[in-house]
Design a protein around this ligand. Structure first.
Ligand SMILES: Nc1nc2c(c(=O)[nH]1)N[C@H]1C(S)=C(S)[C@@H](COP(=O)(O)OP(=O)(O)OC[C@H]3O[C@@H](n4cnc5c(=O)[nH]c(N)nc54)[C@H](O)[C@@H]3O)O[C@H]1N2
Ligand SMILES: Nc1nc2c(c(=O)[nH]1)N[C@H]1C(S)=C(S)[C@@H](COP(=O)(O)OP(=O)(O)OC[C@H]3O[C@@H](n4cnc5c(=O)[nH]c(N)nc54)[C@H](O)[C@@H]3O)O[C@H]1N2
Ligand SMILES: [Mo]
Length: 765
């Protein structure tokens, strides 16, 4: 298919238009985008890459011996089958599990980002299918992004939506903020991405404008580049996972020097006396106390507290801080610090959880509804906190604590994944392999041979957005994009919708799943609420044909009104928060009542267990990658250009490199008690001493698949991270940080095979 016209399309990293030239796909960013993302360049390679899944494949052991636990998952050969045969086998297996164990034996949590179009959104498709055609599934709650904060924030201030989205906007930062204390920074690489799409990347410009006006940006974190140059920031390196101690010391100084806003604390918060007593109780949370924990000089801590007081200050806490042991604490203490400063609810001031973590934050909200596929209702009640998947599979029936209650893990026989990559997102991947070995059947829809696909029993090839028609949009972006098809499907790839419709037919539930609509029928149906709402407001509301043939439809924004925090500030009694006290809770009787030692009733310093020690003397920061979205399109041009010698680049401080005889460009081995991976060293003082930085997203590539804890030769840090919850409260993911040792790799360098498809076995019969 070659087209001469430029057709609109979209992705999580930006709206664009494209045409198929003779040399392949040509892309240009949305014309309104002031700062397009380089992640766009990952896309052209995807259309015909050898890593694509070309046809349905079934694992040989499963085909020969039938469903059942099998430690050969991830090491076995695959057999190509025609679509009808593969769908018949899968339909029969779904019916078997449902009939002999019930739908509660199917785990369909299927966590993952999927792709930008709203109809073909694979998460929504798989959930709808399992609800409509199977009678439900065990789901997952919360996210890897905000596992701890998603649970604690509603108990102490408001929902994620209120605190991380409809809060301080970038316009308000540009105009009003005077000092912005960013715990974990606000790296532009992160705000480049927004689920559902983004037409304008505004963060660089907003920080530039604020800094020019005189706003002081302070980046608290282990990496210098967690704030962009345009912010002209001070960089304060901090020992990882000690931010709560710094926050407590800032609070202590404010209190000791009477710089805190006693009136705001009295009118808008509950529990201040509890927190105040904790600040003063032995050991007093003084700057000297925190200096020993954080590695930051006590005099500088005091000075920072004085600089924050009496000005329009904004405290931001990145998601990353809570993706760590006791991750609830910095989220809570950051809020408490902002409450003491008394700026919450003022333009450009107060507390914005996760500002800049994504391109959804700091934005205004679109005032009309955006297409979303209805998922139906789930008849199965059982769920797990999302990052407890390996625990669930390894320990069926065992009890665990979560958010004030005791639950038992369900007994899962079948796992169904579409639109996510657990071998990207989960921690301690060697443990995850053992967990997946326990199930009867693992099904994956994928466009490429990710490690998850390689560990599956049934792999069904899915189209990319570029190979289908969809509607792109996000509730924080002012353009709805007709995502036109840019290329024919690769090999025999099918849309997830088509796969589920065919399976639903085999289960006698086709009409319930499709409602009699084809893709175009669904797009029209899902477009209608947006059109009707536009018409109701007297705005241009084209019919579907005109929308489909146009460049993208402009959507109105709701006003920038500061959200619930502004309303609460202005009228604390009339616009009370949905917390037990109706106020910001600096201490929570409810949380105290749970009696959790790992999450007490007020923000507290709890010393982490995973700290550097003789066998693992360095902190590892395993954060979001700058060159791709998670693991998506790791084979693309931008992602590949940043690798060195084919491996992921690991940054190390010159002192730590010298102590280990490591030179820039050396291949290194990172290891700890859980696993090991290779990477290539970049020696740089943009990372603080004592810390190495290896982003996530390099496809897991075990050297010898027969071993229990094989070396990943490509650089996936999740072979090293710990599969442990944040606390009994939220049980969130703690993958951001762990401890490792690093050494120069000597010996024969094993090749990277992550992008080579598995060698097909001959058909079994
Ligand atoms: N160590 C560590 N680990 C982390 C984190 C960390 O900070 N440190 N961060 C965590 C966070 S915040 C997140 S959100 C997760 C992200 O984890 P995931 O969301 O699971 O990662 P992705 O790589 O985006 O996985 C999406 C998968 O869906 C596939 N896909 C895309 N479109 C389609 C489609 O239309 N159909 C089908 N069938 N498949 C499709 C892609 O090919 C890809 O394999 O990772 C978490 N893991
Ligand atoms: N390019 C790109 N952008 C993305 C994503 C992606 O995969 N690629 N993923 C998106 C998703 S799903 C999410 S949830 C967000 C995640 O947003 P975040 O979780 O905030 O992003 P990270 O890059 O993992 O972490 C931000 C920074 O926190 C710092 N940090 C780590 N530990 C500590 C600590 O203990 N203290 C302090 N002060 N700082 C620390 C690290 O230096 C890191 O660079 O990013 C989104 N944006
Ligand atoms: Mo995330």
């Amino acid at each position: 298919m070659t087209t001469t016209a430029w057709l609109p399309h979209s992705s999580h990293w930006g709206a664009f238009s494209a045409r198929m030239g003779t040399a392949g796909l040509e892309l240009r960013p949305h014309p309104a985008d002031p700062d397009p993302s380089a992640l766009l360049h990952n896309m052209p390679a995807a259309l015909n890459h050898r890593a694509r899944v070309a046809q349905p494949m079934v694992r040989r052991g499963w085909l020969e011996r039938g469903p059942g636990p099998d430690a050969r998952r991830g090491r076995d050969a695959f057999v190509a089958l025609p679509w009808d045969r593969a769908l018949d086998l899968l339909g029969a297996e779904l019916a078997r599990v449902r009939d002999s164990h019930g739908p509660g034996a199917v785990f369909g949590g299927s966590y993952g980002w999927s792709s930008a179009g709203r109809f073909h959104h694979a998460q929504s498709q798989v959930h709808r299918f399992l609800n409509m055609a199977l009678g439900g599934y065990v789901r997952s709650v919360n996210s890897y992004s905000a596992g701890a904060s998603g649970v604690i924030l509603p108990r102490i201030v408001g929902t994620m939506e209120d605190v991380a989205r409809r809060n301080v906007t970038w316009e308000a930062v540009a105009e009003h903020s005077e000092i912005l204390l960013a715990f974990g920074g606000m790296a532009l690489k992160n705000s480049a991405v927004a689920s559902g799409g983004i037409s304008r990347h505004v963060e660089r410009g907003a920080m530039d404008q604020a800094a020019r006006r005189g706003c002081q940006f302070i980046c608290i974190g282990p990496l210098r580049d967690d704030l962009p140059e345009e912010a002209r920031a001070e960089w304060w390196p901090i020992r990882p996972n000690t931010d709560t101690a710094l926050m407590l010391a800032l609070a202590h100084t404010l209190l000791a020097e009477n710089l805190h806003d006693e009136a705001f604390l009295a009118s808008h918060t509950a529990g201040w006396p509890v927190l105040r007593d904790y600040l003063l109780a032995a050991p007093a949370k003084t700057a000297e106390w925190a200096a020993g924990i954080t590695g930051i000089d006590a005099a500088r801590i005091r000075d920072l507290a004085r600089r924050l007081a009496g000005r329009r200050s904004l405290i931001t806490v990145a998601h990353s801080l809570q993706r760590a042991e006791f991750g609830e604490q910095p989220v809570w203490m950051g809020l408490a610090l902002a409450a003491m400063l008394g700026q919450i609810g003022l333009p450009g001031g107060g507390y914005h959880y996760a500002l800049g973590a994504l391109g959804h934050t700091g934005r205004r909200s679109v005032a009309v509804p955006i297409a979303a596929l209805p998922q139906g209702s789930n008849a199965v009640r059982a769920f797990i906190p999302v990052a407890r998947i390996a625990d669930m599979l390894l320990h069926p029936g065992e009890g665990y604590d979560y958010d004030g209650r005791r639950y038992a893990y369900p007994d899962i026989r079948m796992v169904y994944w579409a639109g996510g990559n657990p071998f990207h997102h989960h921690q301690d991947l060697n443990r995850l392999r053992r967990a997946f070995a326990r199930v009867d059947t693992l099904v994956v829809h994928e466009s490429a041979w990710t490690a998850t696909a390689r560990h599956a029993d049934i792999v069904l090839p899915a189209t990319l957005t570029m190979e289908r028609e969809d509607i792109g949009g996000a509730p924080t972006d002012p353009v709805l994009i007709p995502m036109r098809r840019l290329a024919e499907p690769f090999g025999q790839a099918r849309d997830d919708f088509a796969i589920f419709a065919a399976l639903a037919a085999r289960l006698g539930r086709e009409h319930a799943f499709t409602e009699g609509r084809d893709v175009q029928g669904w797009l029209r149906h899902l477009y209608e609420p947006t059109r009707a709402a536009l018409a109701e407001r007297g705005l241009p509301a084209p019919d579907f044909e005109d929308f489909w043939n146009g460049p993208g439809l402009d959507l109105p924004f709701a006003p920038d009104d500061g959200g619930i925090l502004r309303r609460f500030r202005d009228d604390p009694a009339g616009q009370a928060l949905h917390t037990p006290s109706g106020r910001i809770e600096l201490a929570s009787e409810v949380i105290a009542g749970f009696g959790y030692a790992d999450c007490p009733g007020h923000p507290a310093w709890i010393a982490p267990q995973d700290v550097p020690h003789a066998a693992a003397p360095l902190h590892l920061v395993a954060n979001q990658p700058a060159t791709r979205l998670h693991s998506q399109l790791d084979f693309g041009a931008t992602s590949q250009a940043a690798k060195r010698r084919g491996r992921e680049a690991m940054r190390i401080h010159p002192e730590d490199a010298a102590a280990r005889g490591i030179a820039d460009g050396d291949v290194v081995r990172l290891f700890n008690a859980r696993g090991a991976c290779l990477a290539t060293a970049t020696v740089s003082d943009d990372v603080m001493p004592g810390v190495v930085h290896l982003p996530t997203g390099a496809w897991y590539d075990p050297e010898d698949a027969a071993e229990d804890a094989p070396l990943c030769v490509h650089g996936n840090p999740n072979v090293l991270t710990r599969d442990v919850g944040t606390s009994s409260l939220a049980q969130g993911c703690t993958g951001q940080l762990t401890t490792v040792e690093v050494e120069r790799f000597i010996g024969n360098l094993p090749p990277v095979r992550a992008f080579d498809p598995p060698v097909p076995a001959l058909a079994a019969e």
